[in-house]
Design a protein around this ligand. Structure first.
Ligand SMILES: NC(=O)C1=CN([C@@H]2O[C@H](COP(=O)(O)OP(=O)(O)OC[C@H]3O[C@@H](n4cnc5c(N)ncnc54)[C@H](O)[C@@H]3O)[C@@H](O)[C@H]2O)[C@@H](O)CC1
Ligand SMILES: [K+]
Length: 501
């Protein structure tokens, strides 16, 4: 698990590393510049290309000067450095790197006003103007320079963060940011890189380690955490000898309606394929033939008309409720019946979330420790409209604590909010998975993990990771642009095996 720090915590962690590794700050800067250079040359290794490095006069600018020297050593012959002298202030390491660069043949120009600039002829611009020392939105000369660079439409690679971009907090639509094709960022992705609004400022990012002290960053106890494969490997348990279907739980999937049986099929088949010992689907009568032919391994409890079927609630280890269920009175009566009779944590998705949003009385009997899996619109229906994703993060954190639930807020980087106020970001999954039914599969996978006695947090984290990994394993090696949910469900077991190998 990688803690995601705020700008001021990153500054603290840098300072701690400098005094405790120990390493001089100029050497840490050199390490950062080297790490940048390695990623940069792997992507843009054509030394015939011309590069302009725009530097500020703080440490981000210092990185830029060191990068200019390293790229020249690498073999780039057309490297120009342009220093924006908008302020008298300079950092010590900026000064040292300027002296070092002056001893090479690299052309260094300085400008005090954007009016002095001509249209940049270089192929690639490296943005080393301001980094995480940003303390106010860009104004004056910085804002003008930002607008100019954006207007040139060049390939821009940002050092650490795009100039003008805040690593955390609300992203203002109107703020000037130097738009980066790639941000090569130090040590960790910045929290805002993981929120959708950042796509206008950062097309792509790569985080490179620079040896910041890990014990110190862990101990800062950041609420924001980035999931890594090692975390999931640690969660997943191999199956035991002499185990049987009873060992891995009995999941009930309450889903489907006459026209939306597909959701029930996807959810219950994903549940079975993610390892629930037994899976029963509670479905409408009209879907029985479809269920039996889609997957004979799944048992059925049939719902007929308005009657709620007699269910022996105690025999189920957990439930996944909602995909394609509908929002009519029958669905409401069924959900009420479940909440009245069942007290173990359940997974709530889709129409069950919409019922919760409409009938507030349901909240009182929602089993504690349950998992809600909304996408953005369902999240807003549950908890009110949000203007920004940063606000959504704060609400997820508060509501998970207040209601003692887990919230899986689905997105490119799905966020799991836990009652102890932590927010976990998951990086698996890809755009080929953006299709209807994918969420039903996720609900099935999480339900299966709960049935297998993983804790609710483990089920959320391993569930979102595995679901995305299955999609990645299918799409990425073959460069597929579409991977349908049924295939993802069928891939989960193989992807799980890959993680446990
Ligand atoms: N030792 C360290 O702390 C390391 C820092 N590194 C680099 O240093 C960067 C941070 O450096 P700094 O803290 O010097 O800060 P920056 O270089 O980001 O900014 C320099 C100064 O600009 C001023 N400023 C902030 N916002 C402004 C605005 N909107 N308009 C005008 N001026 C503004 C502030 O006084 C700030 O200190 C990181 O992003 C990274 O690139 C790396 O070299 C790794 C090690
Ligand atoms: K920058």
């Amino acid at each position: 698990m990688q803690p995601l720090l705020t700008a001021s915590q990153i500054h603290e962690a840098d300072t701690y590393t400098i005094s405790h590794e120990p390493i001089s700050s100029i050497d840490l800067m050199e390490r950062a510049a080297k790490a940048f250079e390695q990623v940069f040359t792997a992507r843009y290794g054509d030394i015939e290309k011309s590069i302009a490095i725009y530097c500020g006069t703080g440490n981000n600018g210092g990185d830029g000067l060191a990068i200019a020297r390293l790229l020249t050593d690498y073999g780039f012959e057309k490297v120009d450095v342009k220093i924006a002298r908008f302020s008298e202030k300079t950092s010590v390491d900026f000064n040292t790197n300027l002296e070092r660069l002056q001893q090479t043949g690299v052309i260094i120009k300085e400008f005090k006003s954007t009016a002095e600039l001509i249209i940049e002829p270089a192929d690639i611009i490296i943005d080393a103007l301001l980094g995480n020392g940003l303390n106010k939105p860009l104004t004056g000369e910085y804002a003008q320079l930002g607008q100019q660079i954006n207007s040139w439409g060049k390939t821009v690679v940002a050092v650490d963060v795009p100039t003008g971009f805040y690593g955390e907090g609300e992203i203002e639509e109107v703020a000037v940011v130097i738009k980066a094709d790639l941000a090569i960022t130090f040590q960790q992705p910045k929290i805002n890189f993981l929120l959708p609004e950042s796509k206008y400022a950062v097309k792509n990012w790569v985080a490179v380690g620079i040896g910041i002290n890990k014990t110190y960053t862990q101990q800062l106890n950041s609420p924001y955490q980035y999931l890594e494969e090692a975390d999931i490997k640690q969660i997943l348990e191999p199956r035991e000898r002499f185990s049987n279907k009873g060992t891995y739980g009995h999941a009930l999937i309450v889903a489907g309606h006459a026209e939306t049986m597909g959701a029930a099929l996807l959810c219950s088949s994903a549940c079975a394929q993610a390892g629930a010992g037994l899976t029963t689907a509670c479905i409408p009568q009209s879907g029985l033939v479809a269920l039996n032919s889609y997957m004979p391994e799944i048992m059925a409890i049939v719902r007929e008309g308005e009657t709620i079927p007699e269910i022996d609630w105690a025999k189920f280890s957990t439930m996944g409720i909602g995909p394609g269920l509908g929002k009519d009175d029958n669905a409401l009566a069924l959900l009420t019946e479940i909440f009245t009779n069942y007290t173990r944590p359940v997974v709530i998705d889709a129409d069950a979330l919409n019922l919760l949003a409409t009938y507030k009385q349901l909240w009182a009997c929602l089993p504690k420790g349950s998992i809600l899996t909304p996408h953005m619109k369902e999240f807003d229906r549950l908890f009110g409209e949000h203007k920004t994703w940063w606000q959504r993060l704060q609400t997820a954190q508060q509501k998970a604590k207040e209601l003692e639930i887990y919230i899986v807020l689905k997105n490119d980087y799905t966020i799991v909010a836990s009652p102890d106020e932590k927010l976990y970001f998951n990086a698996t999954s890809n755009a080929a998975m953006a299709s209807g039914g994918m969420g039903d599969v996720l609900t099935g996978v999480i339900t299966a993990l709960l049935a297998q006695q993983y804790s609710a947090l483990e089920a959320c984290l391993a569930g979102v990771y595995l679901h995305g990994k299955a999609g990645d394993d299918l799409a990425l090696p073959n460069k597929l642009t579409v991977v349908l949910p049924g295939r993802v469900a069928a891939q989960v077991a193989a992807s799980m095996a890959g993680l446990m190998a």
